[in-house]
Design a protein around this ligand. Structure first.
Ligand code: ATP
Ligand code: FE2
Length: 349
């Protein structure tokens, strides 16, 4: 009987969603990107606009990134509405990145979302950014139950849905892989973001240089590798192209190894990539190769959905709202340190 009621509830939920054709504006601001995406409940991405804080020297200074977000937030949101050919009155739901991220930056997105929600009387919902990466990947690629290799600036995690929760099966014990790439790039004078520049140099690399390979159980770490690379660079004995090439081969092998073990552990045969570092063609190649060897599928969304973006926040908002989650303005506080397994998952069977 309970099973039958559950099925009825689900049918009812999807019927409501189908009839409502909800349109959601999603606001992203966990780190250096301020994004606004508009998605409807029929899985159409109507707009996905972003503006990212960049510097020639140094990394992300939280206060400066937040100033950037304050400066661009109006422009980005208006451009999203214009692209979607909608006015704010057409928006049925506003979602925002509530967690995790840099407090200074999260606060700007939450403030923008709250202001719009209160002024225009639109429901608001805060979502977890890491889970949003996974959900938009599923929505766009058709993956149904993947292991997510989430490789971005601040985050490096292997996430999968198990036992009614999203769980982290492996992660970086120190910095995120993107921060590692950016730190080395900064050290050798390439500026920020460094990932794409390291990739270009790596293409010209010929010689593999042995580097510390740091996988500990299901986790990885990059601190020792960074020190080692800096020493090698300072010694002047190595071509920078060879260092970049060897760096990529080493860190991506580490990431692919732990992803494969998480897939084996969970008995899942889908791998999904997410995060800015996943734009890297060499990482994509290695991930595909691993999946091919174990007859698994590898799903890679387009770059605009791999990096931080508003569309994924909008889609996550639709999923949670249509499954019954509601949030008051008082509850819409930022949660910079929330982990994925703290999220109550109400939108999956
Ligand atoms: P999060 O809040 O999820 O940690 P983030 O602010 O780090 O996000 P992302 O856009 O997901 O933002 O990722 C940015 C990172 O991706 C940077 O470290 C950048 O160097 C890296 N990156 C971007 N393109 C490439 C590429 N082609 N190869 C390697 N790294 C890349
Ligand atoms: Fe991200």
């Amino acid at each position: 009987m309970r099973g039958f009621i559950h099925i009825l509830e689900n049918v009812f939920k999807y019927l409501i969603l189908f009839l409502l054709k909800m349109i959601c504006l999603g606001i992203e601001s966990t780190a250096h990107t301020f994004g606004a995406g508009i998605v409807d409940s029929e899985k159409r991405v109507l707009a996905n606009i972003k503006d990212s804080f960049t510097t020639e020297k140094g990394g992300i200074v939280p206060a400066k990134a937040a100033d950037h977000h304050v400066e661009v937030c109006d422009k980005v949101i208006n451009e999203a509405l214009e692209t979607a050919k909608l006015s704010i009155k057409d928006i049925d739901l506003i979602s925002f990145s509530q967690a995790p991220g840099i407090g200074h930056c999260l606060r700007i997105g939450a403030f923008a979302a709250r202001s719009l929600a209160m002024f225009h009387n639109i429901p608001i919902i805060g979502v977890n950014h890491c889970i949003a990466h996974l959900s938009i990947g599923e929505m766009l690629t058709g993956a149904t139950d993947p292991v997510l290799l989430y490789a971005s600036g601040a985050n490096t995690q292997i996430i999968a849905y198990e036992g009614k929760k999203y769980r982290v099966f492996g992660e970086s014990l120190d910095m995120g892989v993107g921060n590692f790439l950016d730190s080395f790039a900064r050290y050798i004078g390439l500026g920020f973001p460094g990932g794409p520049k390291i990739y270009e140099l790596a293409l010209k690399g010929k010689k593999f240089i042995e580097l510390p390979y740091s996988v500990k159980g299901m986790d990885v770490s990059f601190g020792g590798l960074l020190t080692n690379l800096k020493q090698k660079f300072d010694s002047g004995k190595y071509r920078v192209e060879d260092l970049c090439y060897s760096l990529q081969e080493t860190v991506f092998a580490m990431l692919v190894e732990v992803s494969e073990r998480a897939m084996a552990h969970c008995g899942k045969n889908e791998l999904l990539l997410g995060g800015g570092v996943a734009c890297n063609k060499r990482l994509q190649e290695m991930a595909k190769e691993m999946c091919k060897e174990r007859s698994a599928k590898c799903f890679i969304p387009e770059n605009e959905f791999l990096v931080d973006n508003g569309a994924m926040i909008a889609w996550q908002g639709i999923l949670e709202y249509s499954a019954g989650k509601r949030m008051s303005i008082e509850e819409s506080v930022i949660l910079p340190y929330q982990r994925v397994d703290e999220v109550v998952v109400n939108w999956k069977d």
